[in-house]
Design a protein around this ligand. Structure first.
Ligand code: FMN
Ligand code: 7N5
Length: 363
C-alpha cells in the first residue's frame, strides 16, 4: 500500500470512534474477502515496457455520466458524517476539485441535492452519480430516482450484490445498529408512505430481479451502472438489459465472504463484456500500482472506498483531496515507469503472476 495512504489511515484510526472505525474497516463473516481484495493485487506484477521515449501522459477517461481527470472515482460509501462533521459535502468538494466523479450513496448523511450543490460550487461541471439499492417498495425507488435527477446527478448506480445485508461481526460485537443522534440517512426522509419528516430505513430487496433493473431503466434516461457484478454471465445479462457500465465489486468484502477478490473476477467479466460497455473495478485499490494492474486487466477506471473514508476522517475535505492527489501522482509515475503514455498502453500482456513469471490467468 502507498505509504502516504497508510499514514492517513493511521491518523483516521486515531481520530475515529473505535465503533465507527470498525464499521468502516470491517467486512462480512471471517473477513476473508476483505483481506483477499488487497492480497490479490500483491500476487500480480506488471512487466514494464522500455525505451518508448515519452515525456507526458494522458490519464483522463470518459465514462457514461462524466469525465474523470484520473482513472479513479469515489465508490459509494455510507454515512460520511460519522467520519467528519462536513460529511459528504467535504467528499463532494474534494472530488469536484480533482475533477473526478463522486458516487454518492443513498445511505448518505447529507441529502443528494446538497451534495451536488457542494460539488457544483467548486466546479460547475462536476459529475455526481447517485447509488441506490432496489428498495422493496418501488414507489420509494422511483422517488429516489426523481430526487437524484432533480439534484442534477449524471448517472445512476444500482447495487446488485446486496439482496440481504452482509453480517458484520465487528458491528455485532459493538452493538452498532443505528446512527448517533443528529445524523440520519437524509435521502430517506419524506418518502412516499411515511409521515412528514420521517426517515425510512434503507432496506435491501431479496426479490430484486432483472425486471426491476428494466423498470429502473425505463424510469430514467440517466446512464445506468450495475454495481456488484462478479460472474461473467451476469455481466452479459447486464449488457443485454441495457446498462451503460458495470462495476466489478464484492462490496469491499462486506457482502459474500466466499466471493473471489474483485481483481481476480475482473478479466473474465471484461472478456464477457467484450468492449460493449466500460467496466470499473473496486475493492482493495491502495496505490498507483494497483490502478495500473486493474487497467491492464481491462478496467476503464477503479473505484476507491475506504481510502476516502480515511482521508475524510483524518482531515475532512483536505484529506480526501490528499488521497486523490496521492493516487493521481503515483499512478502517473507507475505509467511512466511502464513506458506508457495513454491508459490504452496498459494491456493485459503486461500482467504476470508473481513468483511464476507466467501471464496472469485471464478469464
Ligand atoms: C463503510 C462502507 C460503506 C459502504 N456503503 C456502500 C453503499 O452504501 N452502497 C454501495 O453500493 N457500496 C457501499 N460500499 C462498498 C463500496 O462502494 C466499494 O464497493 C468498496 O468500499 C470498495 O472497496 P475498498 O473499500 O477496498 O476500496 C461501502 C463500503 C464501505 C467500506
Ligand atoms: C445501510 C446502508 C448500507 C451501507 C453498506 O452498503 C455497507 O455498509 O456496506
Amino acid at each position: 500500500m502507498n505509504a502516504d495512504l497508510v499514514q492517513l489511515h493511521e491518523k483516521a484510526r486515531a481520530a475515529l470512534d473505535p465503533v465507527h472505525y470498525d464499521y468502516y474497516a470491517g467486512g462480512v463473516g471471517d473477513e476473508v474477502v476483505l483481506g483477499e481484495n488487497e492480497a490479490a493485487f500483491r500476487r500480480l506484477a506488471l512487466l514494464p515496457r522500455v525505451l518508448r521515449g515519452r515525456s507526458t501522459r494522458a490519464i483522463g477517461v470518459d465514462l457514461p455520466g462524466g469525465r474523470l481527470d484520473l482513472p479513479v472515482l469515489i465508490a459509494p460509501t455510507a454515512f460520511h458524517r460519522l467520519a467528519h462533521p462536513d460529511g459528504e459535502l467535504a467528499t463532494a468538494r474534494a472530488a469536484a476539485a480533482a475533477r473526478t466523479v463522486l458516487v454518492s450513496g443513498v445511505a448518505s448523511t447529507v441529502a443528494i441535492a446538497d451534495v451536488v450543490r457542494a460539488a457544483r460550487a467548486v466546479d460547475a461541471d462536476a459529475a455526481v452519480w447517485f447509488q441506490l439499492y432496489p428498495h422493496p417498495d418501488e414507489d420509494v425507488t422511483e422517488c429516489l430516482v426523481r430526487r437524484a435527477e432533480r439534484a442534477g446527478c449524471t448517472a445512476l448506480v444500482v447495487t446488485a450484490d446486496s439482496p440481504v445485508f452482509g453480517r458484520h461481526r465487528r458491528d455485532a460485537e459493538h452493538g452498532f445498529h443505528d446512527l448517533p443522534p443528529g445524523l440520519a440517512a437524509e435521502n430517506m426522509r419524506d418518502l412516499p408512505g411515511s409521515p412528514p419528516g420521517h426517515v425510512r430505513d434503507i432496506e435491501m430487496s431479496p426479490l430484486a430481479s432483472w425486471a426491476h433493473l428494466d423498470r429502473l431503466r425505463e424510469l430514467t434516461s440517466l446512464p445506468l451502472w450495475l454495481k456488484g457484478v462478479l460472474h461473467p454471465r451476469d455481466a452479459v445479462l447486464a449488457v443485454e438489459h441495457g446498462v451503460a457500465g458495470i462495476v466489478v465489486s464484492n462490496h469491499g468484502g462486506r457482502q459474500c465472504d466466499v466471493a473471489p477478490a474483485a481483481v481476480e473476477a475482473l478479466p473474465a467479466v471484461v472478456d464477457a463484456v467484450a468492449g460493449r460497455v466500460p467496466v470499473v473495478l473496486d475493492g482493495g485499490v491502495r496505490g498507483g500500482g494497483d490502478i495500473a494492474l486493474a487497467l491492464a486487466l481491462g478496467a476503464a477506471a477503479v473505484g476507491i472506498g475506504r481510502p476516502v473514508l480515511w482521508g475524510l476522517a483524518a482531515d475532512g475535505e483536505t484529506g480526501v483531496a490528499r488521497v486523490l492527489d496521492i493516487l493521481r501522482d503515483e499512478f502517473d509515475h507507475v505509467l511512466a515507469l511502464c513506458g506508457g503514455r495513454h491508459l490504452a498502453d496498459l494491456t493485459r500482456d503486461l500482467v504476470v503472476t508473481r513468483g511464476t513469471g507466467v501471464l496472469a490467468r485471464c478469464g
